[in-house]
Design a protein around this ligand. Structure first.
Ligand code: TXA
Ligand code: MG
Length: 318
């Protein structure tokens, strides 16, 4: 089948209440009709995701906002003009029509227009906004290629294959509140870039951190122990150790396997390769994975956010 036929088929599946995995510019999503609670329930079930963690609703045109938001918000429109389609999710008060299962009972909804031709065509073909989390099992590594989805979620009927994702790390999530915005999850769109578009509210909630209900300390974990290189446990002498390095390592021969995030230490390139490198390590014969920290500027903040969560459970075991 051609990709056009695949998209038409997937759109039909979603229209009929099915669940489909699809590419976006960030990571692959696991999508269902946002207005079909039974289909959305199936997404939670397939992912083994706790019901208190709300889903992002994906749209292909601004006309669809009226189905989702409680009232028009000029601030969202300004952000949309600059960043959509793109890796920014905006949380606003929800329309009553949005089923509670999508938002885990919150009165807000996260909305984003993905910057991927296949995702946009799929939403159009389905004729409805699509609720979708990342297409991984809950707590595991996010998928950046169709094969990652296939291996973690063998139970899903259909995967649209759009090749490797271009950004590699999930969208920035912000909440628009009366007094300002809160950054709920760092991503490719930075706080500074958002503040440039909304200077009048940029300062308001600058330092207040509020976590999304689904934001755990531990997440994105490979099934093998992962540690920052500075936090290696002591008893690792006889183990096969893998290294995920930011740039070219000078002691590559010490390791059983090395994944380089970016030869030129470019943070955007590192973000693209991060989850793929973690998947490669998970699937290899190493027993233990070490990772080098990256500078916390720009998308480096998002990379370190994911790495802290991915290393959390192991750090707290020893
Ligand atoms: O790039 C992405 O955002 C990908 C692609 C598929 O779009 N999706 C994704 O979805 O990463 P997920 O479900 O893995 O992460 C969405 C995050 C969750 O941590 C959730 O708590 C937060 O967004 N979120 C969604 N709706 C929210 C709401 N109404 N209030 C607060 N946080 C919300
Ligand atoms: Mg996720």
């Amino acid at each position: 089948m051609s990709i056009e036929e695949d998209i038409a088929h997937a759109g039909k599946l979603i229209h009929e209440g099915g669940v489909v995995a699809f590419p976006t510019e960030t990571v692959y999503g696991l999508g269902a009709d946002a207005f079909n609670p039974t289909a959305v329930a199936r997404v939670f079930e397939l992912k083994e995701r706790p019901s208190f963690d709300p889903l992002i609703v994906h749209i292909s045109s601004l006309d669809q906002l009226d189905l989702l938001w409680k009232r028009k918000d000029e601030r969202l429109l300004k952000l949309a003009e600059k960043f959509w389609p793109g890796p920014l999710t905006i949380v606003v008060d929800k329309n009553n029509a949005v089923p509670g299962i999508v938002t885990s009972g919150l009165n807000t909804v996260g909305i984003r227009m993905p910057d991927h031709p296949v995702a946009l065509a799929l939403i159009n073909a389905a004729g409805t906004p699509i609720a979708a989390p990342s297409a991984n099992k809950f707590g595991r590594i996010s998928p950046t290629r169709a094969d990652h989805v296939r291996r973690q979620l063998p139970g899903i009927n259909f995967i649209l294959d759009g090749g490797d994702t271009r950004v590699g790390i999930e969208s920035t999530v912000i909440a628009l509140e009366q007094e300002g915005f809160r950054l709920l999850r760092p991503g490719a769109v930075t706080r500074g870039e958002i503040a440039e578009v909304l200077p009048e509210i940029a300062g308001a909630n600058h330092d207040k951190v509020k976590h999304s209900p689904g934001h755990m300390h531990s997440h994105y974990s490979p099934r093998k122990p992962l540690y920052f290189i500075s936090e290696v446990p002591e008893n690792t002498a006889n183990q096969n150790v893998g290294l995920i390095s930011f740039g070219k390592p000078d002691n590559a021969s010490h390791y059983k396997k090395v994944e380089i995030l970016s030869d030129s230490k470019d943070l955007k390139e590192a973000a693209v390769n991060l989850f793929r490198a973690m998947h490669q390590m998970e699937d290899s014969d190493v027993d233990l994975i070490l990772v080098e920290p990256v500078p916390e500027v720009g998308i480096g903040l998002a990379i370190m956010d994911r790495l802290r969560k991915a290393t959390f459970q192991y750090k707290n075991q020893t």
